[in-house]
Write a protein that binds this ligand. Structure first.
Ligand code: NAD
Ligand code: UGA
Length: 314
């Protein structure tokens, strides 16, 4: 399979490239503009861990590249590039979210529309499209009502994927990831911050009282689903939850981390932050039916993999 992975230097993208390249029949073109959302050196390190055989890296902005050339002869596109971060998407920053999440996706879909070779176009959607959901576990058919500008931008791009599927038969599949963690997690995300604070014996801050609930999902479970979705020949316009299998609060996570690290963590509680949903939790019946996918890595085991990784790479 010839695969284009956008966002290849990022947390999930670099892990995906490594897994794709473990199969010598795959050829991967990774595209990334190395945004400064977080330390660019971390992205360069992510890239340096991707094997070079069968891998080509193209540094460039999806809003500027000649994307028809980039997609020439490609079988699958896995589109992970974007501006992440729920809580930073307010104010003047919103323009960046519009450009990186909505406009870039639209340009990529336009290029995919003209391709005669692409069999799958997998888009990294997000649990943030649900906002504070109607019910838990949340089904794909429940009404999305994001409560952050980030969530609005991810939902808009998801709608574009569905639209290009229905109008032009672009074989899009939108996978709604629920808070992803594990080796290489972004440095702005909760577990990375908490574990670094634990290892350095420095204080960490919880936004709100820590009772907020997430269905955290291990990156290796996400990567497995991405590869499977790229190969599955699903109906164009499919939308699917990928959530980690257990609902835990931020306070539960801190207790587990203390246990795994063997000492208590110094925690201070701050104000809740606008855009942060109280609870996420996804129904994964569809992923099981269409991909045979189930999450396999539980939270305690998964946290241990992130601790090990940060011990080595911090
Ligand atoms: P990340 O920031 O580590 O990776 C995204 C990469 O995209 C970055 O390396 C960035 O430089 C690149 N990029 C951004 N705009 C670009 C553009 N215009 N052209 C080329 N490259 C560009 O983030 P991540 O955590 O790996 O997330 C990957 C995707 O998954 C994002 O689209 C994010 O919205 C989505 N997602 C992530 C999570 C999560 O918990 N990490 C959950 C739900 C959805
Ligand atoms: C994550 C990703 O950052 C988004 O890109 C993604 O789209 C989203 O998941 C999703 O699933 O849709 P978030 O759930 O906010 O967003 O992930 P974390 O940064 O891991 O935060 C988890 C919880 O910990 C949040 O309630 C957050 O407020 C809290 N937190 C985070 C803290 O209390 N302290 C911190 O220092 C960081």
């Amino acid at each position: 399979m010839r695969v284009v992975v956008t966002g290849a230097a990022g947390f999930i993208g670099s892990r995906l490239c490594r897994q794709l390249l473990a199969d010598p029949s795959n050829e991967v073109l990774g595209v990334d503009m190395l945004t400064d959302y977080y330390d660019v050196n971390l992205k360069r390190q992510n890239l340096s861990r991707i094997p070079t055989s069968n891998f080509t890296f193209l540094e460039g902005d999806l809003n500027r590249l000649e994307l028809e050339d980039v997609l020439d002869g490609v079988d699958a596109v896995i589109h992970l590039a974007g501006q992440p971060g729920v809580r930073k998407s307010w104010g003047d920053e919103f323009g960046v979210y519009v450009a990186q999440n909505i406009e870039a996706t639209q340009r990529l879909l336009e290029a995919a529309r003209t391709s005669s070779t692409i069999r799958s176009f997998v888009y990294a959607s997000s649990s943030s499209v649900y906002g504070d959901a109607e019910r838990y576990p949340t089904k794909e058919s429940d009404r999305p009502q994001p409560i952050s500008p980030y969530g609005v931008s991810k939902l808009a791009a998801e709608h574009l994927c569905s639209l290009y599927a229905s109008e032009f038969d672009v074989p899009t599949v939108s996978l709604r990831f629920f808070t992803v963690y594990g080796p290489g997690q972004r440095p702005d995300m909760a577990f990375n911050r908490f574990i670094r604070a634990g290892l350095e014996r420095s204080p960490l801050t919880v936004h709100g009282d820590g009772t907020q609930i997430r269905e955290f999902t291990h990156v290796d479970d996400i990567v497995r689903a991405l590869i499977s979705a790229a190969n599955a020949g699903l109906p164009a316009g499919t939308v699917m939850n990928l959530s980690g299998g257990s609902s835990v609060s931020v306070n539960d996570v801190i207790a587990t981390l203390s246990d795994l690290l063997g000492h208590s963590l110094e925690v201070s509680y701050g104000a809740p932050v606008a855009g942060d949903v109280f609870q996420t939790g996804g129904d994964t019946t569809l992923a099981r039916e269409l991909l045979g996918w189930e999450p396999t890595i539980g939270i305690r085991e998964g946290l241990a993999t992130e601790i090990d990784w940060l011990r080595e790479h911090r």
